[in-house]
Design a protein around this ligand. Structure first.
Ligand code: BGC
Length: 337
């Protein structure tokens, strides 16, 4: 079932596409190849929509929250909004101070993607991103597929470019397993992550290059704890980023587990990416689907990606893909209830 979702800022028609499998249902829009709703049951069969979102393309376009969106070509930050490939400097928009965040103001989250395949339980969006788009080299063809299984949502990214380029795509969903309409419960969600270290960042949220052990810090999620338990601690990294907004190593898979203690809904995250950004919606303050207020900290992002600013850290795994080489990445959110 596909329904009209609204006009994009460019006057194009955007649609909402529904996919289902078992008890899971997802609604996606071609505007930004965005996950708008994700319905998950609890043990008693009560459904909740567990992601934050908006009711129209216009509302998505007016916001800088990236709710549920496909972020690219490069997720997260690039210092000084520039990088070098093959001795050539490529300049991006400086849209966060002197740096680049999520590729710039005209990111993939604001494009109308094409639907190239749809079945009951899956959908594939495609986007052509020309050479020089946002400042990145290479004509690129990109697809993002959302595939539901009985208990899982797989997000599959494929891309190819005719020049060496950066590919580092992520999904920017904000999860609240109590339901998006219970923002007061978001920080009570229990998180665990096996990561042994995270990458501290400076006052502009650019990684310092350090890999800091989580042990003895509020960044230690190796044992499950409510996200809100230590977020207010007087730790330099929490003060600089106003809460959790940090990249953790993906030490093993699943690399994160989230539980809503009230409903018993659980979610695990598995990925082939080297990093996962934990962002606790520190800067969110908006009104979302159905007029629900989403104040600060009303959801949790677990964005799978390369380490932020990896292009300036040769010691970290590089998001550089050679001309003609295939970029392929899969992240799976698995639910239990
Ligand atoms: C970043 C945050 C940013 C948010 C919304 C996250 O991926 O880490 O710093 O505020 O996206 O733009």
């Amino acid at each position: 079932m596909n329904t009209f979702f609204g006009k994009t800022p460019l006057g194009e028609d955007a649609y909402l596409y529904t996919i289902c499998c078992g008890q899971l249902q997802a609604n996606l829009t071609d505007f930004g190849a965005t996950l708008v709703n994700l319905f998950v049951p609890d043990a008693a069969g009560n459904m909740a929509d567990v992601v934050l979102g908006f009711d129209s393309p216009a509302a998505y376009a007016a916001s800088d929250t990236y709710f549920g969106a496909t972020v690219g070509r490069n997720a997260n930050r690039i210092r000084n909004a520039a990088f070098i490939i093959n001795n050539k400097t490529y300049r991006l928009y400086a849209n966060e101070g002197e740096n680049n965040l999520h590729s710039g103001p005209d990111g993939y989250e604001r494009r109308l993607w094409k639907v190239i395949r749809q079945q009951e339980d899956r959908i594939t969006f495609s986007l052509h991103s020309p050479h020089g788009d946002q400042g990145f080299p290479g004509n690129a063809d990109i697809t993002v597929s959302y595939i539901l299984e009985q208990d899982s949502l797989h997000i599959v990214y494929d891309a190819v470019s005719d020049r060496d380029t950066v590919f580092n795509l992520t999904n920017h969903s904000y999860f609240n397993l109590a339901g998006h309409d219970h923002p007061e419960k978001a920080m009570e969600q229990i998180l665990s992550m096996p990561a042994r270290f995270f990458t501290p960042a400076d006052s502009q949220s650019i990684p310092t290059g350090q890999c800091q052990p989580v042990e003895g810090t509020p960044f230690d999620f190796r044992l499950p704890k409510p996200i809100g338990r230590d977020i207010g601690q007087d730790h330099p990294s929490l003060l600089l980023q106003a809460g959790y907004d940090h990249n953790f190593e993906v030490f093993c898979n699943p690399c994160a587990y989230l539980t809503d203690p009230g409903s018993g809904r659980c979610m695990s995250v598995s990925t082939d990416c080297p990093g996962i950004q934990l962002y606790a919606a520190n800067y969110t303050d908006t009104v979302g689907k159905g007029g629900v207020p989403y104040p600060k900290r009303s959801g949790i992002c677990l964005e799978t990606q390369f380490f932020p600013d990896a292009v300036h850290h040769p010691e970290w795994k590089q998001p550089i893909v050679k001309a003609g080489e295939k970029y392929h990445s899969v992240t799976t959110y698995r639910f239990s209830w």
